[in-house]
Every structure is written in structure tokens, then in C-alpha cells.
Write a protein of this length. Structure first.
Length: 416
């Protein structure tokens, strides 16, 4: 017996019964992005590996542990995209979008790839919406993006979440903070676990990354460490104040979280995470921040930017936790059930005519008996069932008497 082939571990299929909920979420994202002026963009599923090494940071978990990297037949190092911001910025530079009106407001809904232990809310291939505003340093657009996702949650009926907010400074104020933090980490290394000490040696700011999942003793120690908010320059303080002012004005509730740094090197100034109902390390349903130096890192001009990524699967889990049911699957308008001597070639013609008119229609292709076909018609949700005989057809609709018509009248009657 031939061995059964199954999907790779950490991936999943979106089968027809799940599609209505899936499409509801993605359609609402697309609708809101259009309302806010964000245009769709698509980038390749794989990129030059250097794109992610330069922008995410060689010391990041993404680069060190999670990337799907391979050599192609020309021995070029390529990587399946682990996130969408760097590819979108690469496309921004490559296609000269800086010469168009700024900011460029862009979004994509696409698959991302990260190797890790699969679990609830964590897939090695997962779908993500990424929404980016490139070419503006106005902190008001930080607030706009946060409000966009908050509005999405409201529109979808999700209430069990909270927003965490922080500022991690800029090139001017961060170096002094990193010096103070590094000195503290060196002096308190004995209080930290091996993973945190490893982070301290490669990227000190990232010792706070995934803070909630750290051992309780490590969290207690890090609570005593210097916080970036204590070292912000005057401009960063002012800009963070504008973000908070605009969120307050729009009724977007948030918590200030001094340990929130995000997991990639390219972030600066405003950072945020929406945390959902999952009680594990995968509770973040969306996260983002400002990346004012990323475009420079990939060879473009100095260009500010800000954006967020939001997992589709985690959002669906948040909806499921609230008991939010997805919409009903699309139903068929007309189902043809054929008696043994019915002219099936005529039915095929009727199907084509009805579909051209926008009427969803179907028939049996499984060789069922007439009784089985009528059962299938009911399962399809068809509003109208047409029983086709050799010389005539009977149109059946709930709550109405059956109507017998000649074959030549079927399409006209159904099109009314």
C-alpha cells in the first residue's frame, strides 16, 4: 500500500467550510485599507537572504533560528519571507516609489514562513496582513495605523484584547541607553537565564523581547533594569506624546509597556502590540512600529516608515474565543435533478445560460438516484430545485406550488 502523503508539519489547509470566516476577515482588512488610502502590493515569496539579515538583525531569533534559507541552482542564497515589511521596502526602492507622492500607503495579505515549534496560533507557514506607510515621519500616521487595526477588531466583534504601547527611541538617544543597559546586564548576569544572557551579548535591547514568556525570576530581574522611556530625547518624547494624544482623541485604549521592544532590529520610536485571548507566547495578534532607518539599510535614501503585521490565523482564533460565528457558506440558487431519461445535454446548456446571467446553479455529477439528487439539492441550500424529465421539467420552490414547464421555457422561468 502506498504511504499517504500529508501536509508538512506546521502548515494548514483552509478548507471550504473555513473559507467564509477567512474571507470575511480578509475582505474587512481590504475594505478598511481602502478607506484609509492604503493600496495593495504583492512581493515574491522568496528574497535575497541579505535583505533579512541586514534589516532583521543577525542576532535576531528570526535570522538565527527561524528563516527558511536555501541555495538555488545558481548557488544564490534565498530565503522564504519571514515577514513582509523588508520586502515591501525593497520594492519601494527598486521601483522608485519615493518619486511618487509620499507617503506610499501599501498593504499585502500573504504567506510568511518561520521555522519553530508549531502550536496553537503558531504555524511555520502562516498568513499575515502587513500595512505600511513609507515616506512620512509624522507621528500622526503611527496613530492612524494603530487605530486602523483597532477598528478592524471592533468591526469583527473582537473585544478580548488590549493594546500595549512604547517608544524605543532613535539614533540620537538610544546609544546612551544601550550603554546603561549593557552595564546593568553585565552587573546582573547571574540573575538572568542563559537565553537572556545570550541576547545581552548580541543585541542588548532584545533582552526584553517576548518578555511575558520569560521565567518569573528573569522578569523580576529585568523589571529593575533601566528602561528606554527614561532615556528618550526631547524629540522622541514629543513624538510619542502626539501618538498618545491622537489615540486618546479617537478613543483607542492602550497600556504603556516599558519592556515592549519588538523582535527585529529595524524598529525605532513607536512600537506596539495588540494582545489577544490566547494564554501563551502566541497571544500577540498584531504588532508593529516605526522603522525610520530600514530603507537606508537596503541601499535606499533616508526614508521614514511605519507599519504593522497581523496574523490571520491568530485573529480567527480570537474570534473563535469570543464565539463569533462565520457567515454562511454561499448557496446555490438553482439545482437540477435529472430523471433517468432527462436530456442532460440540455441541462448543461441551461446551466451555462443561467451562470452567464449571474445565477448560481449546479446539477448532480455523481450518478445519484433521483431521491439522492433531491437530497443533494437540499444540502446545497438551493432556493429552487428543477426536476427534469424527458419532455418537461418541474420547478419546485419552498412555500409555492410545483410548476410544470416545457424544456424551452426553463431558463426564461428561472431568470425572472
Amino acid at each position: 500500500m502506498t504511504a499517504k502523503i500529508e501536509r508538512p508539519r506546521g502548515t494548514h489547509d483552509v478548507i471550504p467550510s473555513e473559507q467564509p470566516s477567512w474571507r470575511r476577515v480578509t475582505a474587512e482588512i481590504e475594505r478598511l485599507c481602502a478607506l484609509y488610502g492604503y493600496r495593495p502590493i504583492s512581493t515574491p515569496v522568496f528574497e535575497d537572504t541579505a535583505l533579512f539579515e541586514r534589516t532583521s538583525g543577525v542576532g535576531s531569533d528570526v535570522v538565527q533560528k527561524e528563516m527558511y534559507t536555501f541555495a538555488d541552482r545558481s548557488d544564490r542564497s534565498l530565503t522564504l519571507r519571514p515577514e513582509a515589511t523588508a520586502p515591501i521596502c525593497r520594492a519601494y526602492v527598486e521601483h522608485g516609489l519615493q518619486r511618487e507622492p509620499q507617503p506610499q500607503k501599501l498593504f499585502t495579505i500573504a504567506t510568511m514562513y518561520r521555522y519553530g515549534a508549531p502550536g496553537k496560533g503558531r504555524h511555520r507557514e502562516h498568513w499575515q496582513a502587513s500595512v505600511e506607510a513609507i515616506g512620512s515621519d509624522d507621528p500622526a500616521i503611527d496613530a492612524e495605523l494603530i487605530q486602523l487595526y483597532d477598528t478592524l477588531l471592533v468591526r469583527l466583534g473582537v473585544t478580548r484584547y488590549h493594546l500595549e504601547l512604547n517608544s524605543i527611541g532613535c539614533r540620537e538617544c538610544r546609544p546612551a541607553y544601550l550603554a546603561a543597559l549593557t552595564a546593568w546586564l553585565d552587573a546582573n548576569a547571574a540573575k538572568l537565564d542563559e537565553a537572556t544572557r545570550e541576547k545581552a551579548s548580541t543585541s542588548p535591547l532584545r533582552v526584553f523581547d517576548n518578555y511575558a514568556a520569560k521565567p518569573e525570576g528573569v522578569r523580576a530581574a529585568l523589571d529593575e533594569a533601566p528602561k528606554i522611556g527614561e532615556s528618550l530625547c526631547e524629540q522622541c518624547v514629543e513624538r510619542f506624546g502626539i501618538v498618545r494624544r491622537d489615540l486618546d482623541a479617537n478613543g483607542v485604549a492602550y497600556r504603556l509597556e516599558p519592556t515592549l521592544v519588538r523582535g527585529l532590529d529595524y524598529y525605532s520610536r513607536t512600537t506596539w502590540e495588540f494582545v489577544g485571548p490566547l494564554e501563551n507566547e502566541n497571544a500577540t495578534i498584531s504588532g508593529g512600529g516605526r522603522y525610520d532607518y530600514l530603507v537606508e539599510q537596503i541601499g535606499g535614501p533616508a526614508t521614514p516608515g511605519v507599519g504593522f503585521g497581523a496574523g490571520i490565523e491568530r485573529l480567527l482564533l480570537a474570534m473563535e474565543a469570543e464565539g463569533i460565528a462565520g457567515p454562511d457558506a454561499p448557496s446555490i440558487d438553482v439545482f437540477f435533478a435529472c430523471e433517468p431519461d432527462a436530456p442532460r445535454e440540455s441541462v448543461a446548456t441551461w446551466l451555462a445560460e443561467l451562470r452567464r446571467s449571474g445565477i448560481a446553479s449546479d446539477m448532480d455529477y455523481a450518478g445519484r438516484s433521483l431521491k439522492g439528487q433531491l437530497t443533494q439539492a437540499g444540502r446545497s441550500g438551493a432556493e429552487t430545485t428543477v426536476v427534469v424529465g424527458a419532455e418537461s421539467a418541474t420547478i419546485r420552490r419552498p412555500g409555492a406550488d410545483d410548476t410544470s414547464v416545457r424544456h424551452g421555457e426553463v431558463v426564461a422561468r428561472l431568470s425572472r
